[in-house]
Design a protein around this ligand. Structure first.
Ligand SMILES: NC(=O)C1=CN([C@@H]2O[C@H](COP(=O)(O)OP(=O)(O)OC[C@H]3O[C@@H](n4cnc5c(N)ncnc54)[C@H](OP(=O)(O)O)[C@@H]3O)[C@@H](O)[C@H]2O)[C@@H](O)CC1
Ligand SMILES: Nc1ncnc2c1ncn2[C@@H]1O[C@H](COP(=O)(O)OP(=O)(O)O)[C@@H](O)[C@H]1O
Ligand SMILES: [K+]
Length: 534
């Protein structure tokens, strides 16, 4: 039993069977929501994902008074509940009861002889039996997966060790092979909940109902792919206990942004606001071969809502860039290329401005480490450090001697840049992204955005947020420059480092999704499309 479950049950006195009841109900609700969304998609309804608020009269309720457990024509559904012999199986048995109450057809498939279930799982077995829910036992009965419309995977949870064996392995392979939609209880069976390693075989779920708190293994690849869409559901474990147990990894949802990070996700603007109300970003970026990086970053900062944006750039870039984005102000930071002493000019330009974004398209130059150190130590405002500025940071061997920054600092490395910062290989970075990002952010008192699919935002206090928005189409040059601009734009409007980083990553992903939908194929997405979709 997990320590958190144990303390809830033994110290707080909430009965294990009560937690299991909450769990099973949450799983049933998510199965029903899945069925609704699937029907919406197949009927081309605009109601779309996540809608739980049909207007009265839209539905003929099978269960009165409980919207989350209500499904139109429930008899069209026949779900198999695959139950293991531990508590994860017990969760599935409770879900089977609720699905049955909703009017769906349900068949329980035990991985093992049901008589071998013990504790709360055995109680649930008896309840399901009393209700006459049909039962099949693997190895004794034929299971026809083709006859069902969906599968609940309640075979193995956090108590599983190593690769699934015997009946478990056979059922997992058969469920995957059936092509039916699978909703997993807590974790896809066959996944290592801590590392995200995927055993052979491992359930390929469409949705995973993760219980109480986000397990890290669901949030990093390859586990994230096996989990499908992740929904974290409360099950009655007190929040205080979660905090005491150092539960510090969260799935970045709008609710988490609002409640945990205090972000105004509605981005309300005051009716009498003016451009000065929403801050001024100074972007120090771009070089002749990579001028577009500075342009993308500056435009994104404006689209994120910053009142004003000035782009500090090498003088020779000024004529070709003039007019490229009429809303962006340009300021020459150096007569020719970037050089060490141009840091003083950047600081001069920073006077009266609220945020510094530094790095996109800069390139490297003689003395660039000292250039960055000057900005790091002297810029009193919040700062976003990206791209080549991160490489400068990584190359400096005296980081510990730099004066600590007082204002918020956000670092936005992709895995290659993170590898250089941490002195690891990229493969090592990818192996445990959440732990690495958290450790780095805490040790250096920065907010760290470790980019890539399922971007991790780690705060100086040790919390980690995992983003699930975005599209593979965003793997395109310049997408990161856009993110830097968005984060800087949010900082300019008064967000803290963690708020701006988390909300920025979330919005960047949403915009990427919207932009990908607008193109004939996600592969056609270019970074500028993300800005236009903001
Ligand atoms: N009250 C609570 O604590 C709460 C718990 N909750 C739920 O419980 C889940 C954890 O439950 P759990 O600890 O009972 O373990 P679980 O994941 O069901 O599997 C253990 C069984 O699997 C077997 N087995 C293991 N490895 C195997 C393998 N490789 N291949 C084959 N078999 C393998 C192992 O058998 P054994 O090896 O011991 O014979 C044992 O029988 C958690 O994820 C959540 O869903 C929630 O309801 C909240 C309240
Ligand atoms: N498969 C993906 N799913 C979601 N987001 C992605 C994916 N691939 C890339 N991204 C996002 O796109 C951005 C790419 O940034 P980066 O690698 O710095 O590109 P560049 O340096 O060219 O601007 C990051 O924010 C990253 O998280
Ligand atoms: K499971």
């Amino acid at each position: 039993m997990r320590e958190l479950d144990r303390r809830t049950i033994e110290e707080v006195g909430i009965p294990a069977v009560a937690l299991m009841e909450n769990v099973g109900r949450a799983i049933a609700e998510e199965v029903i929501r899945w069925c609704r969304e699937r029907r919406d998609v197949s009927s081309g309804s605009r109601q779309g994902a996540g809608s739980q608020s049909e207007s009265p009269g839209d539905l003929v309720p099978a269960v009165q008074g409980d919207a989350a457990l209500r499904l139109e024509e429930p008899e069209r559904e026949h779900w198999l509940v695959l139950a293991g012999k531990g508590n994860n199986g017990g969760d599935g048995l409770v879900a089977a009861r609720y699905l049955r109450e909703a009017g769906m057809r349900v068949t329980i498939v035990y991985a093992v002889e049901p008589g071998s279930l013990t504790g709360e799982a055995a109680l649930q077995r008896e309840a399901a039996r009393a209700l006459g829910i049909p039962v099949l036992v693997h190895g004794e009965d034929d299971v026809d997966f083709t006859a069902c419309t969906g599968i609940v995977d309640a075979l193995l949870g956090t108590g599983s060790r190593g690769a699934p064996r015997g009946a478990y392995a056979e059922l997992i392979a058969a469920a995957n092979g059936s092509g039916r939609d699978i909703v997993s209880a807590d974790i896809p069976s066959g996944l290592d909940a801590d590392t995200g390693a995927v055993h052979d075989p491992c359930i390929r779920a469409r949705r995973t109902v993760c219980l109480a708190f986000l397990k890290r293994g669901l949030a990093q690849f390859p586990g994230a792919e096996a989990a499908g869409e992740i929904v974290v559901r409360a099950i009655g474990i007190p929040a205080l206990l979660c905090a005491q147990q150092n539960v510090s990894t969260f799935l970045l949802t709008e609710e988490v942004l609002r409640t945990r990070l205090g972000v105004d996700t509605a981005r309300r603007r005051s009716p009498d606001g003016h451009k000065g109300t929403y801050g001024h970003v100074l972007v120090a970026a771009g070089s002749l071969p990579m001028s577009g990086a500075g342009l993308l970053c500056s435009r994104a900062a404006l689209r994120a809502g910053s009142g004003l944006v000035t782009w500090a750039l090498p003088g020779p870039l000024l004529p070709p860039m003039a007019g490229a984005a009429p809303e962006v102000m340009l300021a020459s930071a150096t007569a020719a290329d970037w050089h060490e002493a141009s840091a003083a000019r950047v600081l001069e330009l920073l006077a009266g401005r609220d945020v510094l974004a530094v790095g996109p398209g800069l390139g490297r130059f003689e003395g660039d480490g000292r250039w960055l150190r000057t900005l790091w130590e002297e810029a009193a405002c919040p700062m976003v450090v990206d791209a080549d500025a991160l490489n400068m940071l990584a190359a400096s061997d005296d980081l510990d001697a730099w004066k600590p920054r007082q204002a918020d600092t956000v670092l936005t490395p992709h895995p290659g840049e993170m590898a250089r910062l941490a002195g690891l290989s990229t493969a090592e970075v990818q192996r445990d992204r959440i732990r690495l990002a958290s450790e780095y952010a805490k040790a250096h008192r920065v907010t760290l955005v470790l980019k890539g699919a399922r971007t991790v935002i780690a705060t100086p206090d040790g919390d980690a947020f995992v983003n699930a928005t975005g599209s593979p189409g965003m793997a395109t040059g310049g997408a990161g420059d856009v993110l830097t601009g968005i984060i800087a734009g949010l900082l300019a409007q008064g967000a803290s480092g963690p708020q701006a980083a988390a909300f920025g990553v979330y919005l960047h992903g949403l915009a990427g999704e919207a932009a990908a939908r607008r193109r004939a194929h996600p592969a056609s997405l270019v970074a500028g499309d993300i800005i236009e979709a903001l």
